[in-house]
Design a binder for this molecule. Structure first.
Ligand code: ZN
Ligand code: FE
Length: 239
């Protein structure tokens, strides 16, 4: 089982520190280095790998300083290797990589960007979705089409319902408020929002979610078709 520490960075991003039984450590999506170095110092840990879901600066801007400080290796999407500096390990669909004692499965999930990936650890049933799927929303379509994003959702939804989902941002509360305008009578959504509101009052993260919970509450995953998804995406962009 991977030990995951949620590290709030920037305005509303999360980086994730993964500690493996082997003692190896991985940081997912370090959009800045400072808060991550603080946590590593507190825990008296070094850093072996930096793992990026996609090329946006709020997910990679800490790469350089962390690589220099710890001599960590950078693993990221093969398709983004031209725009993520100093990638050591290129990840692509169907490829696996061994972090500590656990193997990853890489899902290529274009839509938010063309090169973005989700990183799935089947043994621990954990997925890091970057800005592809948020709790109760998804990333904006900066580079991909609605059809591509919809296909990416299908890959994620095919994973077991009890898979824990960690995404790139704490947008959950506002996302849920939008989902309630689409499905005001969805009981699972109402229950999740009660939980989310309570967590946010205490300043706590709303993550991880699970694939099963997202299937019950996320209006984007629940759209039913790429066409309807595209409509909902436009509504959210103007929400
Ligand atoms: Zn992004
Ligand atoms: Fe982001």
């Amino acid at each position: 089982m991977i030990n995951v520490t949620i590290i709030p960075i920037l305005e509303d991003n999360y980086a994730y520190l993964l500690e493996f039984k082997s003692g190896e450590t991985v940081i997912v999506d370090p959009g800045e280095a400072g808060p991550i170095i603080d946590v590593l110092r507190e825990k008296n840990l070094s850093l072996d790998f930096i793992l990026n879901t996609h090329h946006h600066s709020d997910h990679i801007a800490g790469n350089h300083d962390l690589k220099n400080a710890y001599n960590a290796k950078i693993a990221g999407p093969a398709k983004d290797s031209y725009r993520i500096a100093d990638i050591n390990i290129e990840l692509q669909e169907g490829s696996t990589f061994q972090f500590g004692e656990e193997e990853t499965q890489i899902l290529e999930t274009p839509g938010h960007t063309t090169g973005g990936i989700c990183i799935y650890f089947p043994a621990s049933k954990i997925i890091f979705t970057g800005d592809t799927v948020f709790s109760m929303s998804c990333g904006r379509l900066f580079e991909g089409t609605p059809e591509q994003m919809w296909e990416s959702f299908q890959k994620i939804m095919a994973l077991p319902d009890n898979t824990k989902l960690y995404c790139g941002h704490e947008y959950t509360q506002a996302n849920g408020q939008f989902c309630l305008t689409i499905e005001p009578d969805n009981p699972d959504l109402k229950a999740r929002m009660e939980e989310v509101d309570a967590l946010r009052i205490e300043g706590k993260p709303t993550l991880p979610s699970t694939i099963g919970l997202e299937k019950q509450t996320n209006a984007f995953l629940r759209a039913g078709s790429a066409e309807r998804f595209a409509e909902i995406r436009v509504m959210k962009d103007n929400f």
